[in-house]
Write a new protein. Sequence first.
Length: 68
Amino acid sequence: MITLDMKDLYVNLPVKNILQITKYWLNKHKIRSMIKEQTLYLLKVILRQNYFQYNNQFFLAKKGIAMG
């Protein structure tokens, strides 16, 4: 028997780790400081506006983002 509920449909990726990984790759590729700061700021804004819809209801994730 297989059961699926809401948590199975929504895989959480930790926001903090996403920001750290992005910063690592921006540093590795020697991206200019101003562009790096703007990119990380925009990424933070996008990651904070994280919601999804299921059965005509909207949900705001308490932590992490959806994968896929």
